[in-house]
Write a protein that binds this ligand. Structure first.
Ligand SMILES: *[C@@H]1O[C@H](CO)[C@@H](O)[C@H](O)[C@H]1NC(C)=O
Ligand SMILES: *[C@@H]1O[C@H](CO)[C@@H](O)[C@H](O)[C@H]1NC(C)=O
Length: 357
């Protein structure tokens, strides 16, 4: 990939548009994912969550009584002075994405990002004609722009097949690809479910190649599934039409004292967290699953933008609903909306609009 980019840059510099080539190199060098959260009460949050009709009860922290508001007043600041993260412009997004279908594919963290994007766009065009469908897939369409935002729930991306012996998670089969590839923008995510067990796991057997077993090493299974996905990208997706994104591991914040290293003795969940942790404190925190995702993404020949949100989100131990959600229970996995996923979408938008711009 890097070699190809250099060859292309050299070709472009040799011919017309040396300035454009220099520009594209600068963009590649700009790492939006290294940075810190800076207090910004003027620009944040991007919208008033009580005015957004799209937040499900799992993520609607203010509605469910979250008392502190400080978590809404941080802006992500990339540390590289050469790269800026512009403020989200919903109307520009809708106009540039005119006529396009944008689909989130993955688990409840995709749902989290989907709700956030809907609120961001709704805030930009609150009085426009917005239609909502639940069949065949949850879809919100901004009719005046012809932009549809679609949610495809899939815990594993690969298939769970109903077999005589019971449901089988087939690591080599991904039958929804034919539908996915008709989209203009795809944002994938999978990780949360790979270590889950019990009845909710959704399968009783796991198949890798010809081998069907009761269970297997979950990190290996995760790797196989991502390889299946990667093969599909390289063989089937027309990336001149469809922009691809893959969201890295979204970090949870349970058991803060042992897992995270910011040394709050005795802290067992995120319920008292009201401020982010400082940049730098997360150095060296690269979960194995993130490593697997990076390795697979590097192996893909086609362009896929890696939404490398792990480290930036890891700093936001204050961003989870905790007990302030409509399901009951402690949630230090998902994120309040408004909140951290707005920044993921801000990066998504910046990347998309720069590419198509
Ligand atoms: C909104 O868009 C839908 C679908 O195009 C259309 O049927 C409906 O008449 C529109 N409503 C308004 C108020 O424009
Ligand atoms: C993703 O972010 C982590 C932590 O900042 C970093 O170590 C890693 O190199 C990044 N990965 C990519 C592909 O940029």
């Amino acid at each position: 990939m890097i070699r190809l980019a250099l060859v292309l840059a050299a070709l472009m510099a040799a011919g017309r548009g040396a300035a454009a080539a220099a520009n594209s190199i600068t963009q590649q060098r700009c790492d939006l994912y290294q940075g810190s959260w800076v207090p910004d009460s003027a620009d944040c949050p991007l919208y008033d969550s009580s005015a957004c009709p799209f937040i499900r009860k799992e993520f609607d922290c203010l509605k469910y009584g979250r008392p502190d508001h400080q978590y809404l007043q941080y802006r992500w600041q990339p540390s590289d002075a050469a790269c800026s993260l512009p403020r989200f412009n919903g109307l520009e997004f809708l106009m540039k994405m005119k006529g396009k279908k944008i689909m989130f594919v993955g688990d409840s963290l995709s749902m989290n990002q989907y709700d956030s994007l809907l609120c961001m766009l709704h805030a930009a065009a609150p009085n426009s004609n917005i239609t909502r469908d639940s069949q065949p897939l949850p879809t919100v369409t901004f009719q005046d722009y012809g932009v549809s935002i679609i949610l495809f729930t899939s815990h594993y991306l690969v298939d769970i097949q109903q077999d005589k012996i019971g449901p089988v998670l087939n690591l080599n089969s991904m039958s929804s690809g034919n539908l996915w590839k008709q989209m203009d923008v795809l944002i994938f995510n999978t990780w949360l479910w790979w270590y889950r067990t019990g009845p909710k796991q959704g399968w009783e057997y796991i198949q890798d190649g010809k081998t069907i077993s009761k269970d297997m090493n979950r990190m290996t299974a995760f790797t196989r599934a991502l390889q299946t996905w990667a093969k599909w990208v390289d063989s089937s997706v027309d990336t001149s039409k469809t922009a691809l994104f893959f969201q890295g591991v979204s970090p949870a914040h349970y058991d803060l004292c042992s897992g995270a290293g910011w040394g709050e003795a005795g802290v067992r969940d995120c319920s008292r967290e009201t401020t982010p942790i400082a940049a730098g404190a997360t150095r060296g925190v690269v979960p194995l699953a993130l490593q697997v995702q990076e390795d697979i993404l590097r192996s893909i020949r086609k362009p896929v933008h890696f939404l490398n949100i792990t480290a930036m989100s890891y700093m936001r131990k204050d961003g989870h609903p905790a007990s302030h959600n409509g399901l009951g229970g402690m949630d230090c996995t998902h994120w309040c909306v408004a909140g951290v996923p707005d920044t993921w979408n801000q990066i998504l938008s910046t990347t998309l609009l720069t590419q198509s711009g």
